[in-house]
Every structure is written in C-alpha cells, then in structure tokens.
Design a protein around this ligand. Structure first.
Ligand code: PRP
Length: 291
C-alpha cells in the first residue's frame, strides 16, 4: 500500500481493544502512564488530555492489520494476534501483562500423545496460520476448522477432535474436561507501531511513559543498613537495576543501601540480607520510574 493511505489526522493514533480483558489492561496502563482520556459510552475515538494523541477503540484482532495499513500509528494488542496476522509491524515493547500460551488441547481421556497423532484429525482454532505452520513442522496433515471464538466447545459439538486455543489460568480447559497435548508458543500484550514512523517524537514519549510504568510494576525499592565490611556481599545479593545507592551512616562502620529488586524476588532477598546481618530492611512499592 502507499503512503496516501496514512491517516491525515495531525494526532498520533493509538488503537486499543474496545472490549474484553485486554481493553481493561490497556486502559489501566495508559492511565497510569499519564495518558488520560474519557471515552464516551461506545465511542470509537477519545482524545488524550494535553497530548497530540487520539485513541481509537477497535477489535483486538484487527489492531495488527489496521496498524500495518496506517489507519492507526500504534496499537496495543496480543503478540499472538500479531503473529497470526503475519503483518509487518514493529513490536516497540512488551507490556509485561496478559501472558498466555497457545496450546493444542484434547479431551482428558483421548488416546492422543503427540502432534504426530493429529494426522487425519480435525482441529478447531482461531489461529489457522500459526496452527498450519505447527502441523506442517510436525508432519501432520489435519483438517482445520477456522473459527472466530468459542473454540473450547467444538469437541463436545463434534466439530473437532482437538483444538488450538489460548490458555491462561487453565480454568477453561478444566471446565471443558480438556488437557494440553502440546504448547505451541508463549504470548503477551505488546505495543506495536507501523513503519510509516509518523510523529516519532510523540510515539517515543508514549514508549518512555509506558516503560516507566511497566518496569515499576516489576520492581520494588529495598532499603537496608549493612556493615561496610559486608557491603560487597550485600551488593552481590542486590545488584540493582543499574547499581545500588550507598550512603554513609553516623556510625561509620555501617552504611545504608537503596536498590531496586524484582518484586517476585523480594522475600527471598530480604531473608538472605537478614542472614548476612543487614537490618532495617524495608520494601517500598514504586508506581512509576525513569531509569
Ligand atoms: C481465551 C481463550 C480461552 C480462555 C483461556 O478466551 O480463548 O477460552 O481465554 O483462559 P483461561 O485459561 O484463563 O481459562 P477469551 O476470554 O480471551 O475470549 P474469547 O473466547 O473471545 O477468545
């Protein structure tokens, strides 16, 4: 397609999911990153306060195509949908949320053990392109039933012997008495951008703002006091994002350390610091940062 198809709007256009789980995730992230907007009920557009940005509310699976076509400059969607669409867009950042797996699932008691056993079987999926490639790699010739949703009930309906669907918590599988035969790939929510590179400055500001929020969600600040003689050992436990901040204390044998620690590691790190002899170990959550 040509550049003439690019939107004439002066504003940077960001496509976000209009409904569903990703809609809440995207709105929450944008608000936390200071991109405030008010969506009129069922409205398609919303202006971002104080920035030359317009949000367009779209179907999540259309976002990669509309981004590649230039109807929107950036978009928030699933990396599964980007791959399935086959569209040439840049993934500017992973948003650290909405993690899921795309898996081949079969009835709990089915006599199917590997991808090869899918030969001559019917498979229902909303991911026909990814599934076709997977089956070709496995050397299985299967009949694909391409659907836009409710894939998990297709075995009960007699439409398919197996399904390829997203699995997050596994509760949909359990409710439908299905088990995972094989995992095809892992996916998450991403921010994409097209190759027209309109208003690069604003697009980069959006990325920096979202990075601040996404990194902050993963890290806590940890403060503690430790003997100077044990500082090297303590720093080995808490190397920090870049490097720890170390301050002197009135008792010159001691120092205080402030450092970023991955949230999932905080409890373990606190225990190891305590064992080392550190004291006054305090965790503070952070909501935003620029590193
Ligand atoms: C997805 C997917 C499964 C379900 C898996 O559907 O298609 O049905 O989530 O999640 P779980 O492992 O946590 O149960 P989604 O809710 O996104 O809607 P959809 O049916 O429109 O795809």
């Amino acid at each position: 397609m040509s550049d003439s198809n690019v939107s004439d709007s002066e504003n940077l256009r960001i496509g976000i999911p209009s409904k569903g789980r990703l809609s809440e995730i995207a709105s929450g992230l944008l608000s936390q990153a200071g991109l405030s907007f008010r969506r009129q009920s069922r409205g398609l557009f919303a202006r971002v306060k104080g920035m030359p940005i317009e949000l367009i509310f779209l179907r999540t699976d259309d976002i990669p195509t509309l981004c590649a076509e230039g109807a929107i400059d950036m978009g928030i969607t699933g990396s599964d949908l980007v791959q399935e669409s086959g569209m040439a867009v840049n993934t500017r950042m992973k948003l650290g949320v909405g993690n899921c797996r795309l898996a081949v699932c079969v009835p709990i008691d089915a006599d199917l053990q590997s991808a090869k056993d899918l030969d001559n079987k019917s498979i229902a999926t909303s991911f026909p392109n990814i599934t076709s490639r997977y089956l070709a790699d496995a050397g299985a010739k299967s009949h694909l039933v391409s659907l836009s949703g409710s894939v998990e009930v297709m075995i009960q309906l007699g439409v398919a012997d197996a399904i390829v669907d997203l699995v997050e918590t596994g509760s949909t599988l359990a409710a439908n008495r299905l088990r995972i035969l094989d995992e095809i790939d892992h996916y998450e929510t991403v921010l994409i951008q097209n190759h027209f590179d309109r208003d690069v400055e604003t697009a980069d500001r959006v990325v920096r703002r979202l990075e601040g929020v996404v990194i902050a969600r993963d890290y806590s600040l940890l403060d503690y006091n430790v003997l100077r003689s044990q500082l090297a050992e303590a720093e080995a436990i808490t190397p920090g994002f870049n490097s720890p901040t170390v301050n002197s204390l009135e008792d010159t044998q001691w120092c205080s350390v402030r450092v970023m620690v991955r949230r999932r590691d905080v409890i373990d790190v606190m225990e190891r610091l305590e064992t080392l002899g550190a004291s006054a170990i305090i965790e503070t959550p952070i909501t935003n940062c620029r590193l």
